[in-house]
Design a protein around this ligand. Structure first.
Ligand code: MN
Length: 202
């Protein structure tokens, strides 16, 4: 069964003004669709065909650039669409709030760390909130379409929330103002989904 481009669960214009409709349409319909199709082409007829994307990424041969770039692109964008929602959803609470307070001192401390990771990633990549076994959380960033599930990436744990900082994610509306885009993202987080990811990963 080939990987499918996931539905967003909301309209292209539903995240405005944080993320504009044209950016969403191109990002989901062209970029994510492209990663999905190229991932399917890269695994077709290989022993990766039929495995889950998580299994593919955690045991990835990092020299397999087709699967690394497009498998990462498929997984990363699927998570990205899920951890944001129109006007945000829920609020940080419960065990995840405790873990964030333990790691960053406060919610504001977390936002600062996350914005710094996203803002200082040079060129294209992602910033992540990850959870380690036992529940400890960490913020880190990766280049290109790499992600923390991949072997030896030096950004530990299971990702539970990620922001795309490739220019294609924000340039139409924000141009060079990546920090403004990062703040807008932090205003539309779907905390219900991030908490679900945390519960499943810890
Ligand atoms: Mn992207």
């Amino acid at each position: 069964m080939a990987f499918q481009l996931p539905d967003l669960g909301y309209a292209y214009d539903a995240l405005e003004p944080a993320i504009d409709a044209k950016t969403m349409e191109i990002h989901h319909g062209k970029h994510h669709n492209g990663y999905t199709n190229k991932l399917n082409a890269a695994i077709e007829g290989t022993d990766l065909d039929g495995k889950s994307i998580e299994d593919i990424l955690t045991s990835l041969d990092m020299t397999n650039t087709g699967v690394r770039n497009n498998g990462g692109g498929f997984y990363n964008h699927r998570m990205f669409w899920e951890v944001i929602a129109p006007e945000g959803r829920g609020r940080l609470s419960g065990e995840l709030a405790d873990a964030i307070n333990a790691a960053f001192g406060s919610y504001d401390g977390f936002k600062e760390a996350f914005a710094k990771a996203a803002g200082t990633r040079f060129g294209s990549g992602w910033a992540w909130l990850c959870v380690h076994e036992g529940g400890k959380v960490e913020v880190c960033s990766t280049a290109n379409q790499d992600n923390p599930l991949m072997p030896g990436i030096g950004c530990g744990g299971t990702p539970i929330m990620g922001i795309d900082v490739w220019e294609h994610a924000y340039y139409l509306n924000y141009q060079n103002r990546r920090p403004d885009y990062v703040q807008a993202f932090l205003g539309i987080v779907n905390w219900n989904k991030v908490e679900e990811n945390y519960a499943n990963a810890k």
